[in-house]
Design a binder for this molecule. Structure first.
Ligand code: F6P
Length: 328
């Protein structure tokens, strides 16, 4: 293993996700293991521009593996999109003697990293952290599993009240552009219908499906709607539409929102984060750059960052079919 790099910076950027702290811990401890320095960069690219840096020792990341959020804080930085912002960031990195960056975040953060790499030839490795699971080159992103568990737990609770009142609930879950949370949590929670951006069910078929479900004797219905679904303008409009067309239903809406991003990471996310952190640092030490660390078929895998950013994740067709069968 090449030991040319002596100091690595780590930052979290974009929407936080459970498991980011576990990944920071892993990056820091892998650096300590290889006897190189690790510098924490606070508030993502904002902190890079402002020089908000702090050295992190193996002991400074004690007891964070179980914590949600990110101890390094996060931000969506507008200034980093400008040449001047990137210039300042680069000067700060050079001044601090940081020779490579580990970016924990989603595709927006990786795009920022790539632009930065092209401008300054600065070594970058990405770790995919987002609850949406929408990054090409990995079967799982950090936080997805935890978010699914959170959503399923909440829908189970909604089911209690829904069936007590024989109501129909639209439950909106996160997923700006993709339906991975909706599909997986929907199947896990036994939803009657799942609406995702990848599949346009159409309003008529939604009504048909709800009528069928009512007729078959179900005492409640839960429709899980991905935030990015296009069937209605939004989940409240869907409620109005169904109430206008199906008087037999009393409809309620629950928008789960940011609670899905919080909470203690699941064991799966903690283990994944630990594996990804080791792979990220060791990839840099091997002299490689511009890769994203992912997990494919339970093995650590490297995908060129450019591909990770440009590629699209596909909805799991087999799971879609399972969902159709389960709603019979
Ligand atoms: O990218 C993750 C995500 O949780 C999306 O599902 C959601 O649309 C978005 O972040 C919300 O972002 P913000 O916290 O900036 O409103």
């Amino acid at each position: 293993m090449s030991k040319n790099i002596k100091r690595i910076g780590v930052l979290t950027s974009g929407g936080d996700s459970p498991g980011m702290n576990a990944a920071i811990r892993s990056v820091v401890r892998t650096c300590a293991y290889h006897e190189i320095e690790c510098i924490g960069i606070y508030r993502g690219f904002e902190g890079l521009i402002e020089g908000d840096f702090k050295p992190l020792s193996a002991r400074s990341v004690n007891h964070i593996i179980n914590k949600g959020g990110t101890m390094l804080k996060s931000a969506r930085s507008k200034e980093f999109r400008t040449d001047a912002g990137q210039q300042k960031a680069h000067e700060n990195l050079v001044k601090a003697g940081i020779e490579a960056l580990v970016i924990i975040g989603g595709d927006g953060s990786f795009t920022g990293g790539l632009v930065f790499n092209k401008a300054f030839d600065f070594p970058i490795i990405g770790i995919p952290g987002t609850i949406d699971n929408d990054i090409f080159g990995t079967n799982f992103t950090l936080g997805f599993d935890t978010a699914l568990n959170t959503v399923v737990e909440v829908i189970d609770k909604i089911r209690d009240t829904a069936s007590s009142h024989k109501r129909l609930f639209f439950v909106e879950v996160m997923g700006r552009d993709v339906g991975h949370i909706a599909l997986n949590a929907g199947v896990g929670a036994g939803a009657e219908e799942i609406l995702i951006p990848e599949e346009d069910l159409g309003l008529d078929r939604l009504l048909e499906s709800l009528r069928r479900s009512k007729k078959s004797g179900k005492s409640s219905s839960i429709v899980v709607v991905a935030e990015g679904d296009k069937i209605g303008k939004n989940v409240f409009e869907l409620k109005d539409y169904v109430e206008e067309n199906m008087e037999e239903y009393e409809v309620r809406v629950s928008v789960l929102g940011h609670m899905q991003r919080g909470g203690s990471p699941s064991c799966f996310d903690r283990v994944l984060a630990s594996r990804m952190g080791v792979k990220a640092v060791e990839t840099l030490l091997e002299g490689k750059t511009n890769f994203m660390v992912g997990i494919l078929d339970n093995k650590m895998a490297l995908t060129p960052l450019e591909k990770a950013v440009k590629g699209k994740t596909e909805i799991n067709k087999e799971l879609l079919r399972v969902s159709d069968i389960m709603t019979t």
